[in-house]
Write a protein that binds this ligand. Sequence first.
Ligand code: AMP
Length: 462
Amino acid sequence: MSQSPFSTLKLNPDLLTNLSTLGYETMTPIQAQSLPHILAGIDVIAQGKTGSGKTAAFGLGLLENLNVKRFRVQTLVLCPTRELADQVATEIRRLARGIHNIKVLTLCGGVPFGPQVGSLEHGAHIIVGTPGRVDEHLRKGTLHLDELNTFVLDEADRMLEMGFQEAVEEIADLMPKQRQTLLFSATFPEEIKAIAQRIMLKPVMVKVEFKHDELSIKQHFYKVDDNEQRVTALRLLLLMHRPESTVIFCNTKKEAQEVANELHDFGFSVLALHGDLDQKDRDQTLVRFSNKSVSILVATDVAARGLDIDSLDAVINYHIARDPEIHLHRIGRTGRAGSKGIACSLISDKESHKVITLGNYLDRAIEGEPLPSINFLDKPVFEPEMATLQIEGGKKQKVRPGDILGALTGDNGIAGNQVGKINVFDNWAYVAVKREVTQVALKKLGQGQLKGRSFRIRLIRD
Ligand code: AMP
């Protein structure tokens, strides 16, 4: 972390005061490098990945540009996924707490269109959304950007990878030329440079060096012959390390699903996360993994972006990533916040070209280690600590986390520390409980009433 305090910036005093109540004292490197340009009104391209503090960098910039009294859309933030859009909107609301009456609205695909039209009719200052849905609102005339002054592209590389280039360009065509455009991306392929040239004006480029601890994460490379041996390698590594939370990265959706199926057949607690899941399954998968009732997630890079997990115990690359920056991005998710994580990659001779490129990038020679002893295959598989219960009632039925906690821990209930994360969605909710008290929890929730009603409760089985 750089040592410059936020107070060195020319920021609205209300924003500054709020930052210190949030505990943000000094700027992260990306903030220190980009904010002076952003606050000067210049277009900025920045290398920003999740965890770098990028949201606050553009969030403070767009809040500075905002005239709250003018109740029109003045900012648009585009994100590749709904999860990221939700996280960004939450962070902007936190940053905006010092200023009254700022209205932030999310417009994402995968949810009904109609209610969004209703919300738009009520007005908003800031829109955070996914390109397809925002474009649809613009085409149907339910959203207007003629008073926009700040346009942000978050995780631009992912948006382009997901095929949103056309939508992004169409959207940019429908906003004033006179505006500030900020683009954040973890990697900088040619397409990013091309789109920046089309939609930005003389942007400055801010590149933050990789953090030292990221490069020093202990990485292991294991030599494998073919895909069959890859699955055996996964089993060996999982059975040896027995990590609580592991993400296995695959390069394609099909592969992610196949690997998840195979591990499942071997008895592991595992789910696949990729773009072919519908929104409900995707939400449920993310909830179950992050509340520790599923130990392993097999994911594609795009799908894993929305993952809201501070620190994974292990990251395993089933195949090495196409690009060294993506590789670092993957392994950077392990062992954050001082805890030690494991980063393993399976490599075969066919990938030697990518391995050499990665070695050059990391400035080290990469040599395959032998796999753990085959005897680990005799060890039993491990179970996650928690189990997830689904409640057929959510925000629309006014079910709140406190109600669920209360119903579980009341008379003859389970202890508060046996309850894990609670996630409430529109029409349903999930609660994690310690595996050993699942039956008591089911019974207690089933008998009890939430908001004076009894909702159907079920255990989500592995
Ligand atoms: P992001 O990269 O935007 O996803 O942010 C990562 C996390 O760091 C978020 O939880 C922020 O709330 C937090 N954060 C951002 N900037 C700062 C800062 N200057 N000091 C402390 N925490 C921060």
